[in-house]
Ligand binder design. Structure first.
Ligand code: ADP
Length: 260
């Protein structure tokens, strides 16, 4: 359920739901999701994550979660890390088995996460979607029509092209696009200069194009630099906004969290 027991999918629910999407894998969608959630929790908000990236679930590892959800009667209690309640498909498969579920099963799993998992009252719920415009994006639109889409992209023009398709699905489903987040924007050099490894401008171009496509202002919410400590934080299960809050990457992520 959502606020005061009101389910997340009800119009009266005060929980802000963000579906984090990307055009392709590897752009940092899960890392961004986890850090935004942890930053919000650190700011005192009640936050949950549904890891719906069924083929590439990585949220538990990124947050150092090894425990399984506990069952109380019909309810599933999600593990908590850094104040964030987390549920993932990865918690329901044994070992590292590949998940090869078809659309209807994915829909059922997501539905069950939203009904049977006890999140309590939340201020924000993040859904980490699989890359692309698959069945899950449609399921989210059906199950949580209020969910706003956050699109993660890299500065590369080609990445913006695929990300645009992921964002444009909102026009078909009538969902709001909350904004674009550009990740891996640049690498800060020891001399203070910025090396733009993946080009530049992709986030701004995507925000502009989505604004035109959905017919409403889609802002570029922020640019996150490349940072070895962000990757290390993911590998060790301590998100950079928690472990290294003073870094420019953590500051960028916390800044975006504050704007949501
Ligand atoms: P996705 O969810 O889009 O597949 P991930 O969040 O799993 O992407 O990120 C892919 C890899 O890139 C991970 O190893 C992650 O640590 C790394 N990564 C993501 N963003 C950054 C960044 N800004 N700086 C350095 N490494 C990053």
């Amino acid at each position: 359920g959502g606020q005061r027991g009101i389910p997340f999918n009800q119009p009266e629910s005060l929980t802000k739901v963000f579906a984090v999407a990307s055009g392709k894998g590897g752009v940092g969608k899960s890392s961004v999701t986890v850090n935004l959630a942890c930053a919000m929790a650190a700011q005192g908000l009640r936050v949950g994550i549904v890891d719906a990236d069924v083929y590439g679930f990585s949220v538990p590892a990124l947050m150092g979660i090894t425990q399984s959800p506990t069952r109380v009667d019909d309810m599933i209690l999600p593990p908590v890390a850094y104040g964030v309640k987390v549920i993932s498909i990865g918690m329901f498969v044994t070992g590292n088995q590949p998940v090869a579920w078809r659309g209807p099963m994915l829909h059922r799993a997501l539905e069950q996460f939203l009904t049977d998992v006890y999140f309590g009252d939340l201020d924000a719920l993040f859904l980490d979607l699989p890359p692309g415009t698959g069945d899950i994006a449609i399921s989210v639109a059906q199950l949580l029509p209020k969910a706003e889409i956050l699109v993660v992209t890299t500065p590369q023009a080609a990445a913006a092209d695929v990300a645009e398709r992921a964002g444009a699905i909102a026009t078909q489903t009538g969902q709001k696009v909350a904004g674009v987040i550009e990740n891996m924007s640049y690498l800060e050099m020891p001399d203070g200069g910025r090396m733009e490894l993946f080009g530049s401008g992709g986030g701004a171009v995507l925000a502009e194009r989505l604004t035109a496509t959905v017919g409403a202002e889609v802002p570029l919410l922020g640019q996150i630099p490349l940072d070895i400590q962000l990757r290390e934080g993911g590998d060790t299960g301590v998100p950079i906004v928690i472990g290294q809050p003073g870094t420019p990457a953590a500051a960028a992520l916390s800044g975006i969290a504050g704007r949501l």
